[in-house]
Design a binder for this molecule. Structure first.
Ligand code: FES
Length: 99
């Protein structure tokens, strides 16, 4: 495979703590929101390792910008895709350290 042409890359932590906190559901939720909006060519989901904030997981990081989201649940996956990917503004309610 060559370089991805996706504008955004979402790194979904799959290390142990985030797996136990629902990384698989986060992955599925993000994928669903991406497909619903036809954004498959704009966003690449990436299985990632530990992002060093395990106790706040599940964690994801969106690039470019290295925007860190924590405690990602179903509502957060929708907000990340709608607000950050489509709208271009980070989903502030779910940023690491926001709550
Ligand atoms: S296990 Fe996910 S941030 Fe460490």
């Amino acid at each position: 495979m060559g370089w991805s042409m996706a504008s955004y890359r979402i790194y979904v932590c799959h290390n142990r703590d985030c797996r136990e906190r629902g990384a698989a559901q986060v992955w599925a939720g993000l994928q669903r929101e991406i497909v619903l909006r036809g954004l498959e060519n704009d966003v690449e989901l990436i299985v990632a390792g530990c992002q060093s904030r395990c106790e706040w997981g599940p964690n994801v990081t969106v690039h470019p910008g290295a925007t860190k989201y924590s405690g990602v649940d179903r509502a957060a996956t929708r907000a990340i895709i709608e607000q950050h990917i489509v709208g271009g503004t980070p989903a502030s309610d779910y940023l690491f350290g926001a709550s």
